[in-house]
Design a protein around this ligand. Structure first.
Ligand SMILES: *[C@@H]1O[C@H](CO)[C@@H](O)[C@H](O)[C@H]1NC(C)=O
Ligand SMILES: *[C@@H]1O[C@H](CO)[C@@H](O)[C@H](O)[C@H]1NC(C)=O
Ligand SMILES: *[C@@H]1O[C@H](CO)[C@@H](O)[C@H](O)[C@H]1NC(C)=O
Ligand SMILES: *[C@@H]1O[C@H](CO)[C@@H](O)[C@H](O)[C@H]1NC(C)=O
Ligand SMILES: *[C@@H]1O[C@H](CO)[C@@H](O)[C@H](O)[C@H]1NC(C)=O
Length: 593
């Protein structure tokens, strides 16, 4: 391996560097070399670089690289098959037109934006050199010819100008390298949109008649094209095709950018993904449970714990009343405590006899009793009235197993199932297969979800949910809620697919950050529902199918409480009869004795 790739790593970091430099100068430097050295020194000062990468054999760069106190890597054969981690501050020196024959695509990607100086023979046309590098999508190119010592001209490629290079005199301090893509002179950026509302929505511009795109992903990319003075050339994904199609086209270099978002998962290649555009959740969108029927409201408001506390309070008050009356424990008995009519009537907010000659203790106990009664009766009254006006919802789904229990089917696309299985999502494994309905046609599922179909539960990303939430505000009652407990992931990183060797990747990533930082993305997202309505994608109507009038309370709804009442009455009558019977029996026994 070492024989094949004669890579000589010269790391003369610091050690007797000054001496080397001096000796280098004193040795046999030609005039050409001296000129080049001063060019390199100038570049080192102006456009700082920290590593040299020298391709090819036999040219002045080799001896010069030894004179600079900088690590230098010599690649004589023009290629390395090792995945070097060259930084962006590596300056590439090439001895000749095609000295650089790198084939490792990782290395090519890393070195794509690095600055290059090419040393050329006199007779080679600079224009064709620039074209050659443009084809390889390498753009920071400067060319020096063999006659540099006399002409002192540096040729710098300028890709969107005519001619495609500039002659720069080394004595003048013009910049050699510029950001070529700052102005693309209306060159096209090839894209394809998934037209998945609200990320990108097509519409016809009324003024120009052109087909345009709206939506928070579409806006991001059309703003980018505007910023680079490029034209956005977009196709629209056909109805019946899988949206993975865009990704495939980007991966096969047929598109520059995809107007779509793609979740960055463990196994997805990062070469074709931008910096994350959006971090969002990926959660279940579940039906809001039906309201409790009115006849359940009574049971609903009686909480066992609260009832227990009330009972305890009742007993304490009874004991205090018994003691307070005569300041003695004489009357204390279980029956007197549990069947204390003053305490009972007091707590239920009824009137009760207030002894005229009561002492201070007794008065205090009565005050406590009155307070407790006011609190309790108003509390239950408020509960009952508000629940009768607007009954509470039934139990919510809290675990994946509940889905089956509440008879909810989770609708999911075949693509998502495949992806979730691929990444071995642990939450997805918890969902029982019986509770899942897999849709091969993803557009069908989107349609069902957009229509708030109550036959299914859905999965939704946080960004899409925000527009559903907005839409539900116009409903008489919301139909779905976003589950807090059931999320396949809370951190889904969505990035924009882009071509592997996209030369303006850094500008695009900078653009993403700026648009997010400025709050534009959030603004577009907040407005997406209204944009959808404006474009006629979503109707501005109540999809909750409200009933013309709500059922009012009828006798049946309070039947249960009446049944309790009846049972109580029957029991008290029985007690009364029993008491009579016992009295009769004891008097009869008394007579016989
Ligand atoms: C290099 O040459 C200069 C004069 O041209 C001399 O002063 C210096 O000592 C020489 N250095 C070496 C290392 O020979
Ligand atoms: C954008 O490109 C066009 C076409 O080359 C050019 O005429 C125009 O000046 C450029 N705009 C800017 C702002 O550079
Ligand atoms: C595209 O989708 C619409 C429904 O949104 C359908 O009516 C139409 O037939 C589809 N077209 C094709 C070519 O599949
Ligand atoms: C999936 O995850 C489970 C545990 O969560 C692990 O036991 C299993 O080996 C994983 N399978 C794959 C293919 O990674
Ligand atoms: C739900 O499913 C049933 C039967 O599967 C069907 O009759 C009904 O129309 C569906 N409801 C909606 C809103 O699609």
């Amino acid at each position: 391996m070492a024989m094949v790739w004669r890579i000589i790593l010269l790391l003369h970091l610091g050690y007797s560097g000054a001496e080397l430099y001096q000796r280098g100068i004193n040795e046999s430097y030609t005039e050409q070399e001296e000129r080049l050295l001063s060019l390199l020194l100038r570049l080192q000062q102006e456009e700082y670089y920290d590593t040299l990468l020298v391709y090819g054999e036999e040219c002045p760069f080799h001896s010069l690289s030894r004179s600079l106190e900088i690590p230098a890597v010599m690649v004589s054969l023009g290629g390395t098959n090792y995945d070097w981690n060259f930084g962006s501050l590596t300056l590439i020196l090439s001895c000749g037109f095609s000295a650089e024959r790198e084939e490792n695509h990782r290395t090519l990607m890393k070195l794509q934006l690095n600055r290059r100086i090419i040393h050329l023979q006199k007779d080679i046309n600079v224009e064709s050199v620039c074209n050659y590098y443009a084809k390889k999508e390498q753009y920071n190119i400067a060319v020096v010819r063999e006659d540099f010592k006399n002409s002192q001209v540096i040729y710098a490629c300028r890709f969107f100008q005519d001619p495609n290079f500039a002659e720069i005199s080394s004595s003048k301090r013009h910049p050699i390298y510029i950001e070529n893509f700052q102005n693309m002179n209306k060159r096209p950026i090839k894209t394809m949109a998934d037209v998945l509302a609200p990320r990108s929505m097509p519409y016809v511009d009324k003024n120009t008649g052109e087909l345009k795109l709206m939506g928070y992903v579409a806006n991001l990319i059309s703003n980018f094209a505007q910023r680079l003075n490029a034209t956005l050339q977009f196709e629209v994904l056909k109805n019946e095709t899988n949206f993975q199609h865009i990704l495939e086209k980007v991966r096969s270099d047929q598109l520059d950018l995809g107007i779509t978002m793609h979740a960055a998962l463990q196994k997805t290649p990062l070469d074709t993904a931008s910096y994350p555009f959006m971090v969002t959740t990926y959660c279940l969108m579940l039906q809001i449970p039906a309201k409790l029927p009115y006849n359940k409201v009574y049971e609903m408001i009686v909480d066992p714990l609260v009832l227990g506390i009330i009972l305890l309070l009742f007993c304490i008050l009874s004991v205090l009343l018994i003691y307070g009356r005569n300041r003695s424990w004489q009357d204390l008995s279980l029956a007197n405590v549990l069947l204390n009519d003053v305490s009972l009537r007091g707590l239920l907010g009824q009137s009760f006899p207030f002894p005229l000659n009561s002492n201070r203790h007794l008065k205090l106990v009565f005050i406590i009793l009155c307070f407790a009664s006011v609190l309790m009766t108003t509390m239950y009254d408020a509960y009952l009235q508000s629940f009768f006006t607007n009954p509470p919802s039934g139990p919510h789904v809290h675990t994946y197993k509940d889905l089956g229990r509440f008879n909810q089917k989770l609708a999911i696309t075949a693509i998502e199932v495949k992806t979730l299985k691929n990444i071995n999502n642990s939450h997805f494994h918890e969902v029982k297969q019986d509770d899942i309905v897999v849709f091969d046609d993803w557009q069908e599922l989107i349609r069902l979800r957009d229509n708030f179909n109550l036959n299914y539960s859905f999965i939704v990303t946080g960004d899409r949910w925000s527009s559903y939430a907005e839409q539900q505000k116009i409903f008489q009652k919301p139909l779905f809620y976003l589950s807090n407990d059931l999320c396949f992931t809370r951190m889904a990183f969505f990035s924009i697919p882009l071509r592997r060797y996209l030369p303006y990747r850094h500008l695009f990533e900078d653009h993403i950050l700026r648009q997010n930082e400025f709050g534009l993305v959030g603004y577009w997202q907040a407005h997406s529902f209204f944009d959808m309505v404006r474009l006629g994608i979503t109707p501005l109507e109540d999809l909750s199918h409200p009933k013309p009038f709500e059922k009012s309370i009828i006798m049946e709804d309070v039947s249960r409480i009446l049944q309790f009442y009846l049972a109580g009455m029957v029991m008290s009558i029985l007690c009364f009869l029993l008491e009579l019977a016992v009295a009769k029996w004891s008097s009869w026994r008394g007579k016989r004795m």
